[in-house]
Ligand binder design. Sequence first.
Ligand code: HPA
Length: 271
Amino acid sequence: MMQQLQESTDHIKKIISGFEPEFGIILGTGLGALVNELEVVHSIAYTDIPNFPVSTVESHSGKLIFGNLAGRRVVVMQGRFHYYEGYSMEQVVFPVRVMKLMGVKKLFVSNAAGGLNPSFNTSDLMVITDHINLQPSNPLIGKNADQLGPRFPDMSDVYDEHMVREAMVIAEDAGFAVQEGVYVSVPGPMLETPAEYRYLSIIGADAVGMSTVPEVIAARHMGMPVFAVSVITDMCTPDRIKKVVLSDILEAAAIAEPRMTLLIRELVRRA
Ligand code: HPA
């Protein structure tokens, strides 16, 4: 794996010749507009990067975009990999590990999620303060890559407290409210039954989604500080469960997107 990571990193470095991203950004479903705020310097299709997982479903649209955001050098994953698509956990987190090898110092992640906390509303932002991993596996299973991080990485402070607090200040200054809470990651791709939503709420989750935790585990394994935010796209409390279709999720995400974009851009500016 290390050899594959190095090969991919070397290939990318050759293309971006001298551009050194400081921060990595992974954008969730329906939350890609941040890319429009980038001064793009390089864009590389996943298909052009050796060893990179390639989407078999989405007509090969994934790209790594390198550019300047709020005066800082960033690399953005346009299109992420989900376990439910059939990728291994190692493939899901491969780009995060490449980011680290490229010199990325902090990771910013967004996702679309269902709201379990009854005080939330559709299109709220929830800054993630902790997580529960209910994915059937995780990216650290197998022989440990000691060059990347320890065998038993500590998980007592996964989400960077300083960035969480800063996000609150940024939101307040911009005049909007943000929630805070625990994100639970499930494999999907089906949404949950009412009994499953109830269970996820009882075990301590405020929002549920199908991504983020694998990438965050890989990032923390390598010692990268992480900031992550969920956009609540549907409410999943017993009285508010509705049939959800992708278009509803995208619609709710679109409403929250400008706030999420501002939050990440300003955090990057201050990082
Ligand atoms: N469950 C799981 N993932 C989701 C949901 C949900 O209700 N909404 C958006 N992503």
